[in-house]
Every structure is written in structure tokens, then in C-alpha cells.
Write a protein that binds this ligand. Structure first.
Ligand SMILES: [Zn+2]
Length: 621
């Protein structure tokens, strides 16, 4: 703590906030590091640009001639594009003779007929990883995965660098690995940042019983490190985390070793697995995070609808309150649209991501949720293009595994190419978004809680006997239009009592700037007056969140007054790019808040600071 403590004059801090308010053309930089960052964030006078033009943006940033980016890893595409000099031929993507191969696995383990299985022929390429070897009963083990990455890191040649990162240990002590693949001279976060090339983060197997994504990311890692995808590294850097939940993978379970669903833990950060990813995102600041999963094919869908799920891939971008508009636009126009085309070109079908609750009588389908707890939504609040990709895989063992992997490889390759095509514009769009968010501090309103919009949707499922398409019109909770359930005036920042080290540590893990008050002062603030309290369970669109402790659901009335701000307490300013993530964590009356989840012990420990405070700060680390 406090390696180099310093103080700033209250006038300097105040001027930072005033700069923000006045939208003054000149942005002053403070001498102190903390203030410099804040001032930079407050330098918001630049108006938001028009949306970058498709033609200009896409073409201008296309890869240089002579280093073409290959199309998806299929035989048709491979023969259509002769690999340029220096690009090795694919080692692990083996074209199969004939047009469509018969599915490898026996269909006896499937919860449906051979007629359904016949709708999912293997692709015309064959992917090879340890877990995809012929005759294998299990998927790539944790030891094999480590070995695979280690080999990629040690066999590098030319200008491409592949470096393994140790992200920490799982609850059972298994290392969580990442592979950084780049053509930047060294693989440190700062070097990648300085390169001006955007970084893409690929995350696999947060849920241990969803293996196809992990196998696909091993393929992608290898093709990046010295194969078909390597030329993309002239424009982008890539970090691959093939398996975020090694304990779950080993046990064949969705959750981590202590029973927590780590993909509902990205705001609370209770698990070392979620913390590992948070640190990685904080340090490497990816422009895009692609999170690969699998979804249930029969199970509760078969019980409710007497039908089998049909789509090769379900996909969805971040959908939670207070997201930067331009990053959502980038997700839809620059990533989703090309991805749909890429999947279609491979004969793969897709829909919006949807799921259904574990309640047998509940016939509604819900798109991916709107709570700020999943990787998809939390990474969206970190101002990334955040995409969830799901193949049809849970409950069907190894069946159709080549097709599942092919779906992921196709979609992930498309996302990488989208980043290549828009490399120049993406950071610009993010930077404008971040400044816009910072500029909103103390102004207008902020959504505290939002939910999906009930509507109807037409879908196709499959008849479990005949395999025929079964059209259905379903009740559908759409996350594309959010309904505001609760909003409040947007504060300038939040005050936290000095005892809230745990909450502060979690905020900092996400990259949030937290300031420590050096001298006692006062602030005009809304404190939370409690009007009701109940014990409850955290819910997502499936039902109760796995492994979550009971939460405190309070109703509150914010009450304005001057409060004493003791030295040693904390101030979390909202004129920073992660302001909306702070709101998600610190407004106490939501199910994901740090108060509801016992990270902040008392309502009196926190307040919404409503005017720029005159406080003296020290650096908290
Ligand atoms: Zn999943």
C-alpha cells in the first residue's frame, strides 16, 4: 500500500471537476499521477464523432497487400486463397475427402433419433487437438492443454511471439493459462498497448461441461501462433484463455470447485477464476472479448417444448444498462453482421442467444440476461466489444464435436477478422465512448436497474423423432430493448467508509480508480435511507444463481445532506471510463450490488456524492 504518497491541493481537484463541467477546450494536466488520469478522463470537450463510414473504415484499415487474411478454416476457402509466402499450411485442419462426412460418434448416446443427428453432418475439415483425437473418450485434459500452449510458446519462429501467461491458480490449484500471440517486440501489457494494435481476448470454458469452445480455442491459438491466422497479427494482438475453469472441466461440471457459477461472478469476483480474468482484462485492455460456451440441446427444452434445439450457434452482445452506445453499434455492425455471413457461408445456422428457466411450467424463453454479472455484460461495461458465442453441445457428449468446434472456429475467426478490418477505428470509438461516460459525472440520470422487454419471437426447433423443423412462436424476453426499472440522478462519485477494503480491492481489480481521502472534509451527498429489507436469492434467467449466498434486498430512499468525510475513507469518482461499472457495484438496492452481496457491510458505509467534493486525496496504492 501507499508506495509513494502524495497530496494535491483541493483547488486542483476542484478544477478537474470544473473542467469536466465547463467542457473547457483546454484540458489541464495535473502534476500528480492520479489527477492526471482524472483530468484526461475529464477532457471531454471533443464532440462525439459521426459513426465511422463503412466503406472508408473497412477498406482503409484492410490488411496490406501481400499479407491476406485467410477466410475461415474450411477446405473451400483454403483452396480459394493460396497462402502467401511465409504462411505455413494448416497442420491441424485436414480436409476430408468427399463433400460431407458422416458423424464420427455413435448416435446411441444422443437424446434424439438418427434422423435428428443426420441434420448435423460433420464439416468437410477435421480439427485435431489432443481431445479431438480419434478413439478418445475424454476431451483435452488440463495437463495436455498446458502442454499444447507451452509447445506453441516454445516453437515460435519469425516475428510472431507466443508467450504463456500464468493467470493464477484455480481453487484446486490448477494453473489458469493464457497465450499472448503478437508481432509486437515484447508481450507485456504496456508494449501491446503502445503498439497501437487492438488486442482481442478469447475466453473458453468458463463452464466446465461446455468443451467445444476450449478445443476450438486450441485450434485458433495454434493457427495464430504459426498457421492460417498468423497474418492477422500485423494488425491485432490476441490473448487466448482456452479454459477459464479447469476444475469444472476436470469434473465435467458447469461450476467451479466451490459450486459458484463463475460466469455470474464478474462483478463480485468471489472466485479466483473470475479474478484471474478481471486482472487480465484490467492489464491488457482488450478492445474485444469473445466468450465461447455451449448450450443445452434437449434437457429442459425437450421437457417443455417436446423438441430438440436446432441452431449451430446462438450469439449475443452485451445487453445491460448504461452501455456505451457506440460499442454496441460496433458489436452489431462490425462483429455480428460479418459473423452471421461467415456462419451462413459454412452452412451453419444461428439465432440470438436464448435459454429457459429450470421451472418446468415456465414456457418463456429469455435472451441472455440484462444483469451486470456475466462476462458478456461486465466486459461491455468495461467498454469492450463483448460477444457471447454458444454451440449446441450440453448433454450430447462428443456427438457432432467436429461441427461444434467448426462453428466456434468460424465465428471466432470472423471476430478476429472484424478487429483486423476495423483496427484503426475501434480504439477511436472506445476512446470517445470512454470520454463521453466520464463527461456525464454529476449530470443527468443513471439507470440503476433495467430488465428485458417481454415480446414474442418465431423460432425453429426440431422434432425429436423425424428431425423435421418445428416452427414455434414463443413468449420471449428480449434483451435488445431494455426497460428502465429504476433510475436516479447520476452522482459525481461514491463515498465509501474506510473499512471497505474488500469492496475497494474488487473495484481496483476491475481497473476502477479509487481515491483515498487524506484529510477530513465534507461533501454534499445522498445517503441511503432504508425503507424495507428482505433476504433473497440472486436470480438469472435460468433460475437461482449457482453457489450464490443469500443476498440482502433493500428498498432505499436517497436523502440529501452534508456528510463528514473522514480521512482514510474512499472516494470513487464517476468521471472515469468505468463509471457505469461502479454504479452497478455500488447502488445498494440491486441483486448484484456489493451491499446486497455482503462486500459492503452497512448502508451507512456508502453515499452518493452529488456535487464535486472539496477533498484532499492521497494515492491509494
Ligand atoms: Zn456456458
Amino acid at each position: 500500500m501507499m508506495t509513494h504518497k502524495f497530496r494535491t491541493h483541493r483547488s486542483t481537484w476542484q478544477s478537474a471537476v470544473e473542467t469536466l463541467h465547463a467542457s473547457a477546450p483546454a484540458c489541464r494536466r495535473g502534476g500528480a499521477a492520479v489527477l492526471a488520469t482524472l483530468l484526461l478522463a475529464a477532457c471531454s470537450s471533443t464532440p462525439l464523432p459521426p459513426w465511422p463510414g463503412q466503406e472508408a473504415g473497412a477498406r482503409a484499415s484492410a490488411p496490406q497487400a501481400g499479407r491476406p487474411v485467410p477466410p475461415p478454416l474450411d477446405t473451400g476457402a483454403s483452396t480459394a486463397t493460396s497462402p502467401s509466402e511465409g504462411i505455413s499450411t494448416p497442420v491441424i485442419v485436414t480436409p476430408l475427402p468427399g463433400s460431407l462426412a458422416a458423424p464420427e460418434a455413435s448416435t446411441s448416446q444422443l437424446p434424439y433419433s438418427a434422423a435428428v443427428a443426420a441434420r448435423f453432418p460433420d464439416p468437410s475439415v477435421r480439427y485435431e487437438t489432443p481431445g479431438l483425437a480419434s478413439g478418445r473418450q475424454d476431451f483435452t485434459t488440463n495437463a495436455e492443454l498446458t502442454q499444447w500452449l507451452r509447445q506453441l510458446a516454445s516453437s515460435q519462429k519469425g516475428v510472431t511471439r507466443s508467450q504463456m501467461l500464468d493467470l493464477g491458480l484455480s481453487q484446486r490449484g490448477t494453473p489458469i493459462h493464457a497465450l499472448v500471440v503478437t508481432r509486437v517486440a515484447n508481450t507485456h501489457a504496456a508494449a501491446l498497448e503502445d503498439s497501437g494494435r487492438p488486442t482481442v481476448l478469447l475466453v473458453g470454458q468458463q463452464h466446465g461441461d461446455e468443451p467445444a469452445g476450449s478445443e476450438a480455442l486450441l485450434v485458433v491459438a495454434r493457427e495464430l501462433a504459426g498457421g492460417l491466422l498468423e497474418p492477422m497479427l500485423d494488425r491485432i494482438n490476441v490473448i487466448v484463455v482456452p479454459r477459464a475453469n479447469p476444475d469444472g472441466a476436470e469434473a465435467g461440471k458447469r461450476v467451479t470447485a466451490n459450486g459458484i457459477d463463475m460466469n455470474r461472478d464478474h462483478l463480485l469476483l468471489q472466485t479466483p477464476e473470475a479474478r484471474a480474468l478481471a486482472r487480465l482484462v484490467r492489464d491488457y485492455r482488450p478492445i474485444a472479448v469473445i466468450d465461447v460456451h455451449e448450450y443445452t440441446v434437449a434437457g429442459r427444452f425437450l421437457e417443455k417444448f417436446k423438441a430438440i434445439q436446432r441452431y449451430d450457434m446462438l450469439l449475443q452482445h452485451a445487453t445491460t444498462a448504461n452501455l456505451p452506445e457506440f460499442m454496441t453499434k460496433a458489436a452489431l455492425e462490425w462483429y455480428r453482421q460479418p459473423m452471421l455471413k461467415a456462419l451462413d457461408a459454412q452452412g451453419l445456422t444461428q439465432e440470438w442467444y436464448y435459454t429457459t428457466s429450470t421451472q418446468p411450467e415456465d414456457m418463456r424463453l429469455s435472451m441472455g440476461g440484462t444483469q451486470p454479472d456475466t462476462g458478456r455484460n461486465v466486459n461491455g461495461l468495461k467498454n469492450t466489444v463483448s460477444m457471447l458465442l454458444e454451440t449446441r453441445g450440453i448433454g450430447i457428449g462428443r456427438s457432432h464435436i467436429q461441427r461444434r468446434v467448426h462453428s466456434h472456429v468460424t465465428a471466432v475467426t470472423s471476430a478476429l477478422r472484424s478487429t483486423v478490418d476495423h483496427a484503426g477505428k475501434l480504439e477511436q470509438v472506445r476512446s470517445y465512448g470512454a470520454r463521453d461516460i466520464s463527461a456525464q459525472a454529476c449530470r443527468g440520470e443513471v439507470v440503476v436497474e433495467a430488465g428485458p422487454t417481454p415480446t414474442q419471437h418465431d423460432l425453429l426447433m426440431l422434432d425429436p423423432e423425424t428431425g423435421a423443423d418445428r416452427p414455434l412462436r414463443v413468449d420471449w424476453n428480449s434483451s435488445l430493448q431494455l426497460q428502465t426499472l429504476k433510475k436516479r440522478p447520476r452522482p459525481c462519485g461514491y463515498w465509501l467508509a474506510g473499512s471497505n477494503d474488500r469492496a475497494v480491492e474488487r473495484l481496483k481489480l476491475m481497473g476502477v480508480q479509487v481515491m483515498r481521502v487524506a484529510e477530513a472534509g465534507s461533501a454534499l451527498a445522498d445517503t441511503y435511507h432504508e425503507t424495507s429489507r428482505a433476504s433473497a436469492e440472486r436470480q438469472d434467467v435460468r433460475g437461482t444463481v449457482a453457489g450464490a449466498a443469500p443476498i440482502i434486498r433493500v428498498q432505499v430512499t436517497p436523502t440529501r445532506s452534508a456528510i463528514d468525510v473522514p480521512s482514510g475513507s474512499y472516494y470513487v469518482p464517476l468521471n472515469q471510463p468505468l463509471a457505469n461499472l461502479v454504479v452497478a457495484a455500488l447502488e445498494p438496492d440491486t441483486q448484484n450490488s456489493y451491499f446486497a452481496n455482503h462486500l459492503i457491510p452497512a448502508l451507512s458505509d456508502t453515499a452518493r456524492v452529488m456535487t464535486p467534493p472539496s477533498l484532499v486525496f492521497e494515492e491509494a496504492d
